[in-house]
Design a protein around this ligand. Structure first.
Ligand code: ACO
Ligand code: KIV
Length: 730
């Protein structure tokens, strides 16, 4: 009932004989290897057999002996080209990305970016080797020297679409924020739901006198017509046990009359009574003045009366909120400055009392911004410049609608670009990237790779001109040293790369097997040319570091891949055929197929893989063995991966730790329908070390593209062995 066919690759004979001296090169003959594949989908009366021949793409093929000699003969290239290559002054550049990072700054005895910029800002002339000033710095005279950070990830953050956090995760996040020395953690609204009530019960034990952060319970002013002491919601705030409570109060006259539908004076009473009752219960009270900026524009006097009511009640922090996120930075600056000059303590140097332990006397002003115009961070920093001493925000900027001000941008900006001297979490700045990723991970969100400071792309350099410049000084295209926020510089390889992208990558891999710059340059140009050509065919290398690394390894003298696929077959069986040959309806058939694929029936696909594999220890003149294995799987790619692992593991048991974690397929020219070129990207993980890497391959045959991406992934897993080969060679 099942019929299949296989076809041996012609390469088997091409590499059949090898002596010890030729062993080194044997595995490098992958170019031109023809592998055969058969995909057979069998139905009872009419077996269908599709067969393809697909050469292994040359992206990860090794440098053949002829191409090696090409690499050796680069000195003979035209002198004009040599000149161009040498123009890069490669001999004098160390290109040691991380270690040399900001060497210039430390050489000048100045390790502080802010100080560097402000201290030298009067001079516009720099001498060679000096990092020029950024031009502006500091926050002006009204900015306080101390800024308190108030995190509302667990309250406003959870008001974002698609975010929901369990009580356990809330506790986990609280611990992590406290470890970062966040001053205040607003963790929920105990009057809102049982989960938040439970959270406060449990969190009391977590955040006690010994922990740095102060826990805040959030709520609102009392309801109309109810005494504060009788208001159920206010009661839950007290019962939460949180030492600090923050209540939202309407500060916009129109919102009061038309939305809350309260008398303006009653709203003032609601604010005053609520604050006063909560302070009488021993709580430190903060008031979030909702719609403050719009309310100020509508009727500044009423907005001020709301401030007065809160102060009368004994509030210690007044937070001005840009609730709808529509305020411009200049309006924020003006309104904050006007408010602080009206209510701030003129005798206080900072116009603010930013002592987080204070419960009465002078007032701290705070800011809470939403990101509806993409200005939440700018508005928050502007408010600090105008005098506020407490900034509310969330990790990664999550929050209602388009989110809140992102503390992962605000904290580093205050620490590195402004004159804020005193901020509790400043000493933990290098932990901010890890904090950001922890929150995304816990909330099950895909990280924003372009996030300032903490995103994976925040210090990733792609354009050739940029990379060539940062080779001379990372300052040329970076506003800070990434390590200050726990991030790292990355160089991406793509069709927009220049020679320096490749050279940088080669050096970062420590594969400088040749000390002649001209040879390295030429090799970089060959690889660059190849990258550009392959990307024009649909490859994309910037997300496939492992394939890039292998391409470089394959161009390195002395490199021999640890194995080579000689041929393979992949077969797909249809075991759901009704033996009585009953004709099934389309729907019926689909149900049967779906049921069996969900059962994960491993006999649905079968693959064979024949490999020539380096067996034994280094140096690499150990024996090469041919091994043929067959495996089944949930589909042809799964079966191929299993067969490959089975064939290689006896020689390389470390491959048992290899796990496929992602498999992405993209059709590149959909107009070609089923003939379309397919890009396959596979992500692998070493379960032992947790390390991940991604490979890419493109082919019109999806099975072939998949196999090639698999081969790269397996070869990459063995790169330490092959890297040792390279060093051994010279
Ligand atoms: C700008 C902000 O982000 S504020 C925080 C917003 N966050 C949330 O709303 C999340 C948690 N919310 C909840 O769980 C619920 O909405 C609750 C428990 C607070 C209230 O639920 P309910 O009692 O069913 O009321 P509902 O949500 O339908 O309406 C809100 C009520 O609060 C009133 N209200 C709104 N703001 C205030 C305020 N500052 N002070 C007093 N009452 C207020 C509204 O007028 C309305 O009362 P009304 O219908 O009598 O006029
Ligand atoms: C409750 C306050 C702080 C709020 O979320 C807002 O006004 O946006």
């Amino acid at each position: 009932m099942i019929s299949t066919a296989s076809r041996n690759g012609s390469s088997a004979t091409a590499v059949a004989k090898c002596t010890a001296s030729t062993t080194r090169c044997l595995m490098t003959m992958a170019v031109g290897v023809i592998v055969g594949i058969v995909v057979g989908v069998v139905v009872p009366s009419a077996p269908v057999v599709l067969s393809f021949q697909s050469p292994r793409p040359t992206s990860s093929s090794s440098l053949s002996s002829s191409s090696r000699s090409r690499s050796r003969s680069v000195h003979s290239l035209s002198s004009a080209r040599d000149e161009r290559m040498r123009g890069g002054d490669a001999a004098s550049s160390s290109y040691d990305w991380i270690r040399r990072d900001f060497e210039v700054r430390t050489k000048n005895g100045n390790d502080d970016v802010t100080a560097a910029s402000s201290s030298s800002s009067s001079s516009s002339v720099t001498t060679a080797g000096e990092v020029p000033p950024r031009g502006v710095g500091g926050m002006g005279t009204r900015a306080p020297s101390t800024v308190l950070i108030y995190d509302t990830t667990l309250r406003d953050g959870t008001q974002m679409e698609s975010i929901s956090v369990s009580c356990d995760d809330k506790i986990k996040i609280t611990r992590r924020l406290s470890k970062f020395d966040i001053d205040y953690i607003e963790a929920g609204w105990p009057g809102s739901n049982p989960k938040d009530e439970e959270y406060f019960r449990r969190a009391r034990a977590e955040l006690d006198e010994t922990t740095f952060s102060r826990l805040v319970a959030f709520g609102s002013t009392r309801r109309k017509g109810v005494r504060a002491c009788d208001d159920v919601q206010i009661r839950t705030l007290v019962d939460s046990g949180a030492p600090t409570v923050c209540i939202v109060a309407k500060a916009h006259l129109w919102q009061v009359t038309d939305i809350l539908r309260a008398d303006p004076n009653e709203n003032l009473d609601m604010i005053r009574d609520s604050v006063s009752y909560l302070t009488s219960q021993g709580r430190k009270v903060m008031v979030d003045l909702e719609h403050y900026f719009d309310g100020h524009a509508f009727d500044a006097n009423y907005a001020y009366r709301c401030c007065e009511a809160a102060l009368d009640g004994g509030a210690s922090v007044l937070v001005m909120c840009d609730t709808n996120g529509g305020s411009m930075p200049w309006d924020v600056e003006r309104i904050v400055a006007e408010t602080i000059s009206r209510f701030g303590n003129e005798d206080d140097d900072d116009n603010n009392n930013n002592d987080r332990e204070t419960t009465t006397t002078t007032t701290t002003f705070g800011i809470h911004c939403h990101n509806d115009c993409g200005l939440a961070v700018a508005n928050s920093l502007t408010a600090v410049r105008a005098g506020v001493g407490l900034v509310q925000g969330t990790i990664n900027g999550i929050g209602e609608r388009t989110g809140n001000a992102d503390l992962c941008s605000i904290i580093p900006s205050l620490a590195l670009h402004c004159d804020v001297r005193d901020m509790s979490c400043k000493d933990n700045l290098s932990d901010v990237t890890s904090l950001s990723r922890f929150i995304d991970e816990t909330l099950n969100r895909a990280p924003n790779t372009a996030a300032p400071y903490v995103g994976a792309s925040a210090f990733a350099h792609k354009g050739g001109l940029h990379v060539s410049a940062i080779e001379r000084s990372p300052d040329s295209y970076q506003h800070i040293d990434p390590s200050r926020v726990g991030n790292r510089l990355r160089v991406l390889i793509s069709e927009l790369s220049g020679r320096q992208n490749i050279l940088g990558k080669m050096r970062s891999l420590d594969l400088e097997d040749h000390h002649d710059d001209a040879v390295l340059n030429e090799r970089a140009l060959v690889i660059l040319d190849r990258v550009k050509r392959l990307e024009s065919m649909g490859y994309t290398f910037e997300g496939a570091d492992a394939s890039v690394e292998l391409m470089i390894l394959h161009s390195t003298m002395g490199y021999c891949p640890p194995f080579q696929v000689l041929d393979y077959t992949a077969q797909v069986y249809d075991t759901n055929v009704d033996s009585a040959s009953r004709v099934m309806s389309k729907m019926e058939r689909r149900d049967v197929d779906m049921a069996s694929s969900l059962k994960k029936d491993p006999s649905l696909a079968r693959a064979t893989v024949k490999v020539r594999v380096l067996d034994g220890a280094l140096p690499h003149d150990g024996p090469y063995l041919d091994r043929l294995e067959v495996s089944e799987g949930d589909g042809p790619v799964d079966a191929l991966a299993n067969a490959l692992k089975k064939a290689l593991s006896p020689s390389h048991p470390e491959l048992e730790n290899l796990q496929l974690v992602d498999y992405k397929v993209r059709i590149l020219d959909p107009e070609s329908a089923t003939r379309a070129a397919t890009r396959v990207m596979i992500e692998f993980k070493d379960v032992d070390t947790g390390r991940k890497w991604t490979t890419v391959s493109v082919d019109r045959n999806i099975i072939s593209a998949s196999l090639n991406a698999l081969v790269d992934g397996f070869e990459y897993a063995l790169r330490d062995i092959v890297a040792a080969c390279v060093v051994d060679f010279e």
